[in-house]
Structure formats: structure tokens, C-alpha cells
Design a protein around this ligand. Sequence first.
Ligand SMILES: NC(=O)c1ccc[n+]([C@@H]2O[C@H](COP(=O)([O-])OP(=O)(O)OC[C@H]3O[C@@H](n4cnc5c(N)ncnc54)[C@H](O)[C@@H]3O)[C@@H](O)[C@H]2O)c1
Length: 377
Amino acid sequence: MEKVKVNTREKAYEIHIESGLFSKLPEVFKEKYSGKKIALVSDNNVYKIYGESFKAGLVKAGFEVTEIVFNAGEENKNISTLSQIYSVLAENFFTRSDIVVALGGGVTGDMAGLAAATFLRGMGFIQIPTTLLAMVDSSIGGKVAVDLPQGKNLVGAFYQPDAVYTDPQLLKTLPDLQFSDGMAELLKHGFIRDRNLFNTLILKDVINLEHEPESIAGLRSLLSDKMDYIIKESCIIKRDIVEQDVNDNGIRQLLNFGHTIGHAIERVQNYSGYTHGQAISIGMVIMTRLTEKMGLTKAGKSRIIENALKMHNLPVFDPALDIKSVTEAIKIDKKARSGSITIAYIEEIGQGKLLKLDIKDLEDKINDVYNDFAFTS
Ligand SMILES: NC(=O)c1ccc[n+]([C@@H]2O[C@H](COP(=O)([O-])OP(=O)(O)OC[C@H]3O[C@@H](n4cnc5c(N)ncnc54)[C@H](O)[C@@H]3O)[C@@H](O)[C@H]2O)c1
């Protein structure tokens, strides 16, 4: 089993990564959390595939388990679902020493985590991520939240889990679209911090030496025996950055590579167009073209990141994008209120940097790059 230790000011905990771990968890829980009641929070898709048997295993291991299953989807990551979770916890007399277990993707982890952080001013919290995005990103770092009609993640907290249990085999049932979405964040980690991880993700040796996979299914199969390593390395990258900046005021902004533009694209499309991974993919490409043009990124790197993203079925440009609305949306982003904005960019593959730019300057540069792109593609 791979273990990644996370030390934050509030708590130290471990991320356990092992293919096949999920089936052993009832026994692991018995050893570590015996005597606690478990609130098992999951969405209906995940619960249908994994929830019943997991609950049965926990009951067999002696736990009293209350399942809380909500309808899957970002549109349900809201106050109303959170309030239903609180009601079930209260009606079943959960105490501060009991635990909330999030079994699912980022939506489940964010919402269950906020419930755990706030019910009785804080309960135990365990994450069992089931999407690639949750395994390499949302389950690490302690950000928990729900959305408001006015915007995403507006009500939240920083609340670290007691442990994260990651079984890469759970990805077998994850649809391709969600797999590519997680791959966008994984590639981002490679771009900003780790050339070796990047080389693994683009299957550098395999593709050069043997054959080029034609389908996402082919890619997934070629990557499958590398997933424990990939997830571990990616967790370490996020862990190292988060440990230095738990409250997201400094170096953690590196993790926002591609996100300033990506979030704006999602907002302009009212969260019903590109997925998050697709939007940040376009964001990373525009940003790298922009910094390459400014001489901050080594020549030719934007081409490399475009090819890597394309290989993983992610979009790199969209001529139909309303780029003026996108730059307007950046201006109203909370990070841009002071007239300037800190952006993350890459100097080289594996070397992310931060740069403060005047917001008007950024707007002009994005328009420039976008028009160049439209002209040449
Ligand atoms: N807390 C953080 O630091 C952080 C970071 C990044 C993203 N997020 C949040 O994460 C959320 C997105 O997370 P997500 O992409 O995991 O979405 P998600 O939780 O909605 O899961 C995506 C879909 O995949 C299904 N699914 C999950 N696991 C599955 C499996 N193993 N097999 C089959 N189907 C499965 C789900 O039912 C859902 O339909 C957003 O709300 C975002 O704000 C949080």
C-alpha cells in the first residue's frame, strides 16, 4: 500500500492508496474506528454500484451505518441537500465522535465534508474518492463547500479529513468523460511540478516505442497498471503545495493554472457547457500561449501541452467561445477585484510560476492570443 502523509496546522492524516483496498475497508475500519456510528454519504450512481455491498460489509464488521444518498450532479451540491444531510444526522442522534464517510466524487466529498465540519461544530470525516478528480485533487487540501445560486463553492470551510482511502480499481466504472476530466487536473500537476509524472501521463516510452492508442479506452488500459504511482505522485504534489499554504493565500495559487480562464468559461456557459476539466484545458492552453508570447514560457511548450491535452480527449481551443464575455467574467472573479490578478503559468514543463498582472493587461493579452489562435487554426 502507498501512503501519503499530510501535515496541516490542524491535523495530520494519511492518504492510503492501493488497488483492491475498497474490499478490505470494513476490516480496516473495524481496527481503527470501532464503536463509532457511520453516516455513509454517497450519490445515487455511486451508491448503486458500490454502496450496498460496502454498507453490508461495515454492518458485518459491527458498525451501525446510516446511508444518506442524494441525486448525483453539481446541481445538487447545494444548501438544500446539505440541510437534508443535517436532518438525517440529527434524527439518528449522531455525535461529535461519530464519522461521516464520503463515498463518491468531488461533489460528495465537498458536501459531506462541509456537513462533517459544521454538524455539532465538527465530526469525524473520512473520504473514499471514486472519481479520478477526487482521488488526485478534491480529496486533498481540506476545502469543503456547497454552491449557491450566485456562484460555486460560496459556502464552505477548510476541514481536513481523518483519513483518505483511495482504490484506483474503483475507476473501472467511471465514464470516459469523467476520466478525462480528472486527467486535466493530473496533467496540470505534471505541468506545474513534475516532468516525470507528465512523461508517464503521455505514455512517452510506450507511444514512441510501440503504438499510438487510438481510443480513450486504449489509453485507459495502457495507464491502468500505472495508476497507483500516478495517483500517489499527484497527491504528493498537491500535498506539498497545500502544506505550505493551507489557507490559499500564496503558493497554492499555482494549482490555479488554467483555472482563471477555465472558471470564467464555465461561468459564461452557466455551468452547462464544458465540464470543469475541459474548461481548464482550454484555460491552460490560452495561458501558456500568452506567457510564451511574453517570453516567460520557453518556446514550443504550449505546443507540447496542447498535444498532451488532445491525447487525453480534452479540448484546446474553441472558435465559438465568446471570449469577450470570458474576459468580463474574469474581471468579476473574486481574485481580480483589486485591479490586478495573480496568474499561474509554466516556465517549462514541471516548473510552475506565479505572476501578478494588471487585469486590463490580462484581458488584452487573452484577446490577442485568442484571435491569433482563431487565425491560425
Ligand atoms: N475541494 C476541492 O479542493 C475541490 C477541487 C476540485 C474540484 N472540487 C469539486 O469537485 C466537484 C467535481 O467532482 P467530480 O468531477 O468528482 O464530480 P462528481 O462527484 O459529480 O462525479 C461525477 C459523476 O461520476 C459519477 N461517479 C463517481 N464515481 C464513479 C465511479 N467510480 N463509477 C461510476 N460513476 C461514478 C457520479 O455519480 C457523477 O455522476 C465540483 O463540485 C468541484 O467544485 C473540489
